[in-house]
Design a protein around this ligand. Structure first.
Ligand code: PLP
Length: 450
């Protein structure tokens, strides 16, 4: 017997503690129950159809209901539902996925270390970076530099690498030897000073060098960043930023880590965000889009600079997870990546959908509520401004983003609010007509908020 929405909400409130949620407030309000999905649409328990402009949580890149992925999981569950990669064993799907990942990643990557999620991937990064410098006889190189408002996961190391003050405030984070510089957010930090985007990009990169000198170059192990900060509000850095960061990492010999958990697998119009931004990372974290979210999987691509040291001089690396290389997850990832290749989704984002979305966002700038609008591939952000001309933001207590998000919910659209930034990252399989449909909904919600 199927339950009513109220039944689901009561059971949910009674037993389920949700991530990043005020438990009591949600229990009083009641969750929205999502029951099924197809292509880019969801249906809730009240029968409402919703356009999912966030691809779930930035992950359902190939859209919902793809039979190939379901078949791959089913076949692997029957063949071998689990075996581990510990104790000198391996399974065919994990080996095949490692091989395919080394084909679709930049040439410096020939090895992968699997995890179950992006957070675990970034924990692996911390251990691997420190192990690398230890093996090279430079154990004092421990400090990892990240950025304010970055998101690298929710484990102790992931949340420490991240630069979310609300997360640091709970649990005594960051852990030692992780430090942060300011983010490359032009609208908030460069525009008010009258800086061009390019000048601001160079300035923001120079903060890395300043920090390296402050810490002492001999103590710095790595710099980590998302090519485009996703959870921080789709902060798209100026074109000058990442090449300058690369040059600084090269100058001081520190490792560059690209967190591709959101940007990987075509989101920015190339396979990897680092390719869009013009960097050559030594390590690359991935998750989400590797399986389009159908099943949990993450990992770290390990560039030859690090891999050679760990393989040839490192001995045993005392690190790993029960689900490192889970065969069912790897089988789904293989089907997912082959589907992305067959449907040429990455080229489609670069040549067609990305530019088409960019045109729409450019037009949005005329809206009285919109201070800025920008895209990178199929991710975009709209800045809500109280006064466009001066770029004056809304007072944070007005929570205008949350008001706008409420209108989205009421009008069949999932769009996320991060402060005064309204953001999207829709599935890469959407059509131009569906982009038009999404834009009608976005404009309607902006009008209702204004
Ligand atoms: N890194 C980035 C850039 C992310 O956006 C996320 C999640 O949103 C993570 C890491 C953490 O991934 P997970 O939630 O799979 O642990």
């Amino acid at each position: 017997m199927s339950r009513t929405t109220q039944d689901w909400q009561a059971a949910d409130a009674a037993h389920f503690l949700h991530p990043f949620t005020d438990f009591d407030a949600l229990a009083k309000k009641g969750s929205r129950i999502i029951e099924r999905a197809e292509n880019i649409y969801l249906w809730d328990s009240e029968g409402h159809k919703i356009l999912d402009a966030m691809s779930g949580l930035w992950c359902v890149n190939v859209g919902y209901g793809r039979q190939e992925l379901i078949d791959a999981a089913t076949a692997q569950l029957k063949q071998l539902p689990f075996y581990n990669a510990f104790f000198q064993t391996a399974t065919p799907p994990a080996i095949e996925l490692a091989e395919l990942l080394s084909e679709v990643t930049p040439p410096q990557f020939r090895h992968v270390f699997f995890s179950g999620s992006g957070s675990e991937g970034n924990d692996t990064v911390v251990r691997m970076v420190r192990r690398y410098w230890d093996v090279l006889g430079q154990p004092e190189r421990k400090v990892i530099i990240s950025r304010n408002n970055a998101y690298h996961g929710s484990t102790m190391a992931g949340a420490s690498l991240g630069g979310m003050s609300g997360m640091h405030a709970q649990g005594g984070l960051p852990i030692p030897d992780i430090t942060h510089i300011e983010q490359p957010y032009w609208y908030e930090l460069g525009r008010p000073q009258g800086l061009s985007r390019d000048d601001f990009g160079r300035l923001a990169a120079s903060w890395l060098e300043k920090k390296i000198l402050e810490v002492g170059p001999e103590r710095v192990a790595a710099f980590i960043g998302e090519p485009v900060q996703g959870a921080g509000g789709v902060i798209i850095p100026p074109a000058t930023y990442w090449p300058a960061i690369q040059a600084i990492c090269d100058k001081y010999g520190i490792l560059l880590v690209s967190d591709e958990v959101i940007c990987g697998f075509g989101r920015t119009g190339r396979w990897w965000g680092c390719e869009t931004m013009g960097t050559r990372p030594d390590l690359m974290t991935f998750a989400k889009g590797v399986t389009s979210g159908y099943i949990p999987l993450g990992g770290v691509m390990v560039g030859e600079r690090v891999a050679r040291v760990l393989i040839e001089q490192g001995g045993e690396f005392n690190h790993g997870y029960t689900y490192s290389g889970h065969p069912v997850a790897c089988a789904v990832a293989l089907a997912n990546i082959r589907l992305i290749q067959r449907e040429r989704l990455v080229d489609r984002v670069r040549d067609d959908l990305g530019p088409y979305l960019a045109q729409h966002f450019e037009a949005l700038k005329a809206h009285p509520l919109v201070g800025d609008a920008e895209t990178c591939g199929l991710m975009g952000a709209v800045v809500l401004a109280r006064d466009k001309a001066s770029g004056t933001p809304f007072a944070s207590d007005l929570e205008v983003g949350m008001v706008c998000r409420g209108h989205c919910f009421g009008n069949g659209l999932i769009m996320r609010a991060v402060g005064d930034r309204m953001i999207i990252a829709p599935p890469l399989v959407m059509t131009r007509d569906q982009i038009d449909e999404m834009m009608v909904l976005i404009k309607r919600c902006l009008d209702l908020t204004w």
